[in-house]
Design a protein around this ligand. Structure first.
Ligand SMILES: Cc1ncc(COP(=O)(O)O)c(C=O)c1O
Length: 360
């Protein structure tokens, strides 16, 4: 069978171990005689699964005890409103960085709840860099960033510092969670849709510091209230058990290969290789400022005007698929999440070089 490498930005590539375990669990979960798809979230095996998933996540990311871990539904997009609904009073200000389409969506949603100060933007340069010159509000409740901008391929390499000594950072880490170490000291909340680096679509991880909750005066609908889910261990309503199972198996795989520090190194090796080729190539170039280039999503474009579909077809004939850039930017984008082996990156580099030879 030809090896297919899936460079999709999301849902993204998952480790084979997790896929094998999922296929078994769909038939019979841990010899319980029924499928994971049929199991009650009140059953002991599922309660155990959810606890184990949180413990493993805590161990891998070194999440301190004063942070809760939640497994919610509604995607990262629901967090765009849930965050200000729970944390930003009407009369207060939150700072937001505008680093791409997802960041802009988070900004638009937050405007319904309090004052929003856009502290920096790179919209004028088509989001091809991260503007780190932040005009922060001295008393901002929080500073919201998107740690990795999936569409444009930019990434905060170092997290900014908040100006307000009582403030904290909130980060959308949908496309780089578990790819890098995190120092939780400056964070109040981190959220991530699972479907890029952590599992399948259907579950969203929220890591939230205990002391930032319980201060809001406005009415928060039950399902949108973080406290509901904390009090009920993410099972106030029926959680997406099968998606959480695949997250567990993906984290188990990550643990087995050495954890976050090891994968961070591997991710650097993979992205260095690919950017190295893009730099060398006479056919392709990167539209992204060097210091802000993402280790997860690598966009590249033709130097000269050429038929993009021809290169996409050339790659897909070799089993290298979903390399088309986001519809808003065009070109190409290789998403090289944790589960993409270095062999996949090597195969893409060979394809780029062979294409170059073919043209000359
Ligand atoms: C950085 C980022 N934030 C948010 C989202 C939206 O996630 P969801 O589809 O889980 O709502 C995406 C999806 O691609 C993303 O890349």
């Amino acid at each position: 069978m030809k090896r297919i490498y899936n460079f999709s930005a999301g849902p993204g590539i998952l480790p084979q171990d997790a896929l094998d375990a999922a296929s078994e669990a769909v038939i019979d979960y841990n010899n319980n005689g029924i499928s994971i798809l049929e199991m009650s979230h009140r059953s002991q095996p599922v309660i155990d699964l959810m606890n184990k998933t949180s413990s493993l996540a805590r161990e891998l990311l070194l999440i301190p005890d004063n942070f809760h871990i939640l497994w919610l539904q509604g995607g990262a997009s629901t967090q765009f409103s849930m965050i200000p609904m729970n944390l930003l009073p009407d009369e207060e200000t939150a700072d937001y960085t505008d680093t791409g389409l997802w960041a802009a969506k988070a900004i638009d949603e937050a405007k319904a709840f309090g004052n929003i100060n856009i502290v920096s933007s790179s919209k004028d340069s088509m989001y091809n860099l991260i503007n780190k010159d932040l005009r922060q509000t001295p008393k901002a409740i929080y500073l919201h960033i998107t740690s990795n901008n999936t569409i444009y391929g930019t990434q905060w390499k170092r997290f900014p510092k908040v100006l307000n000594p009582n403030g904290f950072i909130i980060s959308d880490m949908s496309s780089d969670i578990f790819s890098r170490k995190i120092d939780f000291n400056s964070f109040g909340l981190i959220y991530a849709g699972a479907q890029k680096n952590m599992g399948p679509a259907g579950v969203t991880m929220v890591i939230i510091r205990d002391d930032i909750l319980g201060k809001m005066k406005r009415h928060i609908p039950t399902m949108f209230n973080y406290s509901t889910h904390i009090n009920k261990s993410s099972a106030y309503n029926t959680p997406p058990v099968s998606a959480i199972f695949v997250v567990y198996k993906t984290l188990e795989w990550l643990h087995k290969i050495g954890g976050v520090a090891v994968i961070e190194e591997k991710n650097k090796i993979k992205s260095d290789k690919l950017y190295g080729e893009i730099e060398r190539s006479s056919v392709f170039t990167s539209p992204i400022r060097k210091e802000d280039r993402s280790q997860m999503n690598v966009p590249f474009i033709f130097i000269e005007e050429r038929d993009e579909n021809e290169f996409l077809k050339f790659c897909s004939n070799r089993g290298l698929i979903t390399l088309k850039g986001h519809r808003s930017v065009g070109g190409f984008r290789a998403s090289i999440y944790n589960a993409m082996p270095v062999e996949g990156v090597d195969a893409l580099i060979s394809a780029m070089q062979d294409y170059e030879s073919m043209l000359s």
